[in-house]
Design a protein around this ligand. Structure first.
Ligand SMILES: NC(=O)c1ccc[n+]([C@@H]2O[C@H](COP(=O)([O-])OP(=O)(O)OC[C@H]3O[C@@H](n4cnc5c(N)ncnc54)[C@H](O)[C@@H]3O)[C@@H](O)[C@H]2O)c1
Length: 327
């Protein structure tokens, strides 16, 4: 099979069927409809279809200012309890039923029977490998994870989870699909935690350890992250940030030192980092790290500091923690 979803690009205004009208299905269906797709939402529980508009209204209102247009958008989403009718004519089915492997496997088997082989079958699973969900399918190659990060109508990144049976063409297709709804696809292999949760929980488990060991308070941990790591990560991501703020030699020396002091294998300098040091790819400081820099180190520092100052000024004025009214 060379063509997915009726072409190399998702067809503008084509039909998508969202299966599961719960928390995530509600968001996903509304988002697709807002971007001009014809959407049918299907749920085995009729009450979930009846309450769709009520639950999706605040989501739609965050996308559209005009109240009448919000209602028009919600009206456009067709509610259909019968799966065979809901998927009729769809170029993609996006599954958002609860996180239970047997439920998803049974549903995908049914979808594989009901949908022509060019129809893309996407899953919003948070944890199951795509290969497990599609294990009993005839056309496994059309299954991909298109995993929203909560709140999915605001967070622009969507993980595109692929397994050994996923052809590169489908990953490219899925990138175009999420781009068509103004999101950004990040592809990753079907490993536990995928990409976002793996990184998030790597940090959190280290923080849980700090707390267990009584090394820092709740407020000091939050301040340390939100006023140092957070803004830099938001601007540039972890690898470009590293290029911009520290030489790879220093980064390697720091991880090695923590490893030697603690014996914690997680901090043992990794091959990718050692390779960069060996190649003298130290970062912005000498024009090449994870990335290659066009500007001089001085120009890079000027741009870096201007961007960081603007974000920190905004953050300190906005007082986001104060606004949360927590104690
Ligand atoms: N909740 C989150 O923040 C979040 C974030 C990202 C991904 N996810 C993933 O999204 C998926 C959905 O999660 P959720 O929180 O929206 O679940 P949910 O429990 O709110 O909704 C699931 C819906 O699926 C329906 N359903 C179950 N079996 C069905 C079937 N065979 N056919 C049709 N409808 C069926 C149920 O009636 C229910 O309405 C899960 O895989 C979850 O891991 C959730």
């Amino acid at each position: 099979m060379t063509e997915f979803g009726f072409g190399n690009e998702p067809p503008a205004g084509g039909k998508i069927c969202v299966v599961g009208a719960g928390f995530m299905g509600c968001v996903i269906a509304t988002l697709y409809a807002h971007h001009g797709y014809e959407v049918t939402i299907c749920d085995s529980n009729p009450e979930m279809l009846d309450s769709y508009a009520q639950r999706a209204r605040p989501i739609a209102a965050g996308m559209i200012a005009d109240a009448a247009e919000v209602e028009a958008l919600l009206d456009k989403v067709v509610r259909q309890p019968v799966l065979a009718e809901a998927v009729e004519g769809a170029f993609m089915v996006h599954e958002a039923v609860q996180e239970a492997l047997d439920v998803k496997q049974a549903l995908f088997e049914e979808l594989d029977r009901l949908c022509p082989e060019s129809v893309v079958l996407a899953t919003n699973t948070s944890s199951f490998p795509i290969s497990d969900i599609s294990k009993r399918l005839v056309h496994k190659e059309r299954v991909i994870g298109i995993h929203y990060v909560t709140p999915g109508h605001i967070v622009p990144v969507i993980e595109l989870i692929h397994g050994p049976a996923t052809p590169p063409e489908l990953i490219a297709w899925a990138r175009a699909m999420v781009k068509s709804i103004d999101h950004v696809g990040v592809a990753c292999l079907e490993r536990p935690g995928f990409l976002v949760n793996k990184i998030q929980f790597a940090m959190l488990t280290e923080i849980y350890r700090l707390m267990d060991e009584g090394l820092a308070t709740r407020e000091d941990i939050d301040d340390a992250v939100r006023l140092s790591l957070g803004p830099r990560l938001a601007l540039w991501g972890p690898l470009l940030t590293e290029d911009l703020i520290v030489s790879k030699k220093t980064a390697l020396a720091v991880t090695d030192s923590i490893y030697q002091q603690t014996g914690d294998e997680n901090f043992k300098g990794r091959k990718v980092l050692r390779d960069l040091v060996e190649q003298d790819h130290l970062g912005a400081i000498n024009g090449q790290g994870w990335y290659r820099f066009r500007d001089t180190p001085e120009e890079v520092v000027e741009t870096r500091d201007r961007q960081l100052r603007a974000l920190l000024d905004w953050l300190q004025k906005a007082d986001p923690v104060g606004e949360m009214h927590v104690r």
